[in-house]
Each structure stands twice: as structure tokens, then as C-alpha cells.
Design a protein around this ligand. Structure first.
Ligand SMILES: C[S@@+](CC[C@H](N)C(=O)[O-])C[C@H]1O[C@@H](n2cnc3c(N)ncnc32)[C@H](O)[C@@H]1O
Length: 258
């Protein structure tokens, strides 16, 4: 996982000026938190918070948020924390596999990031959520990459021209591949000005059934799946369900203690 800090710091430097902005997606996530965690004000841990936009919206909704981020994107999250109501949003620049936090949380969120490293790494993280962070009765909301959609993107390439007026200052290339044996997507980027220097993220994707297997022994169970506005029990079959077969590249796993 050596690539993590540098990949997200580099890509944050490329497009952070355009993307470190609160959008409708951050508000949708805060709404999901209310739907699954309840209307009360909660102590929330956000893992891999990136620029901190969702953390800021959750803090503005009245939660007390601790946001952990390993890359330099934490600088932008710290900017948002300075604008938040005092004490509502703390940003910790650290590795969530190593960080020690002084208390437990009513909710743990990991938006758009789960799947880095091996299955053993994911299980280590899930076990930390269950044991070190989540209060009894708490909820974890974890975005999981959906293999059906990522597989369909295998071989896709993109050429992104600069749009400095909206903060995209670099001319970039992207190539996506999907490995059906390891069920991982590899997302490679390079700057047109430096084509020898390519950087990649590799993301393990899980179907809901495979995620349920992964959770075994971690202390967490898959209580529900939320995708495209539908929330359902992961044990219920959904033949021909378009959202997962072809439309959504990730789904939200709602996790609770066993
Ligand atoms: C795809 S980005 C998503 C960022 C943010 N959650 C969002 O949805 O905009 C994944 C983030 O997780 C962070 N991350 C990955 N592994 C991490 C680790 N071990 N500790 C802390 N942060 C990590 C990355 O640096 C990156 O900012």
C-alpha cells in the first residue's frame, strides 16, 4: 500500500482546486448517516476523508466529526475545519491502520475508498472499526466498489484537457483495467507533460455476497445495502437489478456489530 499517500497527494495536487468543494454528494452522504444512524447528534469518525467536504457537511449537521486522512489532501480538510463551528471537526493526518484515537464513535464512515490492499488488509480495517472505534449499537457506512461496473470499464482510456477556469490545470491521461481473477481495478494516470511518470491506484471490488464472506470473524455484519436510492437486506436475491449490474460503480454497505 506504499502508493497510497503519494497517489492521493499527487492527484489532489492535480485536481484539488476543482474538486475540494462541497457538493450534493456530501449532503446525500449526511442524509444517509441520518437514515441509518438516527436523527441525534453523533460522534462520527470519517476514514480517508480526502478534502474533508463530507466531514464538513456532517459537522454542520450537528455531529462531532474526527476525520482521518493520510495524504496532503488533509491540508484542504484542515481549511474546512477552521471554518467549522469550534470543536465540531478535527482532522488527523495519519494512516488509519496505525492511528490511535482516544474514544469510540456512534458512526464510522468510509466514503469512496474501501478496497485498497489485500483482503487481509480490509479485514484488519473492519476489525479495527468493530473493536477500536464503533460503540455498541453504532453503525458503519462503507462505500464498496462494485465489480460488475468496474469490469465493464476495462480498457477505457480518457484524455482530459485543462479547464483552468474550474480548477483543472493539468492535461491528463487515464487508463482503466480490470483483472477478473483478483477482482481488482487498476486506475492509471499521467500528466501529458511527464508521460514517463505514471501513477496507479489498485482497488479491490466486492459483490455484496463476497463482502459478507469478508466480514466473517471481523465482528461486523452486513445489515443492509444501499444503492441508487434502494436499501435492502443483503440476504435477499435481486435478479436483474440494474443498479448493481450496470449503473452504480459503488454501493453503501451498512455494517453493524454481530
Ligand atoms: C478515493 S479517495 C476518497 C476521498 C473522500 N472520502 C471522498 O469521497 O471524496 C480515498 C481517500 O482515502 C485516503 N486513504 C487511503 N488509505 C488511507 C489510510 N490508510 N489512512 C488514511 N487515509 C487513507 C486516501 O488518501 C484518499 O484521500
Amino acid at each position: 500500500m506504499d502508493w497510497v499517500r503519494s497517489f492521493y497527494s499527487q492527484t489532489g495536487a492535480w485536481w484539488g482546486a476543482a474538486e475540494a468543494k462541497i457538493t450534493e454528494r456530501d449532503h446525500r452522504r449526511a442524509t444517509l448517516l441520518r437514515e441509518h444512524g438516527g436523527a441525534r447528534s453523533m460522534r462520527v469518525l470519517e476514514l480517508g476523508c480526502g478534502y474533508g467536504t463530507t466531514a464538513a457537511v456532517m459537522a454542520a449537521a450537528g455531529h462531532t466529526v474526527t476525520a482521518v486522512e493520510i495524504s496532503d489532501r488533509a491540508d484542504r480538510a484542515n481549511d474546512l475545519a477552521r471554518d467549522a463551528e469550534p470543536g465540531r471537526l478535527s482532522v488527523v493526518q495519519d494512516d488509519f491502520y496505525a492511528v490511535r484515537l482516544p474514544h469510540h464513535f456512534d458512526a464510522v464512515c468510509y466514503w469512496n475508498g474501501f478496497g485498497v490492499g489485500t483482503d487481509a488488509d480490509q479485514r484488519r480495517l473492519l476489525a479495527r472499526i468493530a473493536r477500536d472505534w464503533l460503540t455498541p449499537g453504532g453503525v458503519a457506512l462503507v462505500d464498496v466498489y462494485n465489480p460488475f461496473v468496474w469490469a465493464g470499464w476495462d480498457g477505457n482510456e480518457a484524455h482530459k484537457l485543462p479547464r483552468p477556469e474550474v480548477g483543472y490545470r493539468h492535461e491528463l491521461y487515464q487508463r482503466l483495467t480490470f483483472d477478473p481473477v483478483t477482482c481488482t481495478a487498476t486506475d492509471t494516470w499521467w500528466d501529458a507533460a511527464d508521460p514517463q511518470h505514471k501513477i496507479s491506484q489498485t482497488l479491490r471490488c466486492y459483490t455484496p455476497a463476497d463482502l459478507s464472506l469478508l466480514l466473517g470473524g471481523t465482528g461486523l455484519r452486513l445489515a443492509a445495502v444501499t444503492v441508487g436510492g434502494h436499501t435492502f437486506d443483503a440476504a435477499t436475491a435481486r435478479p436483474s437489478f440494474r443498479e448493481l449490474l450496470s449503473e452504480r460503480h459503488e454501493y453503501v454497505a451498512v455494517l453493524r456489530h454481530e
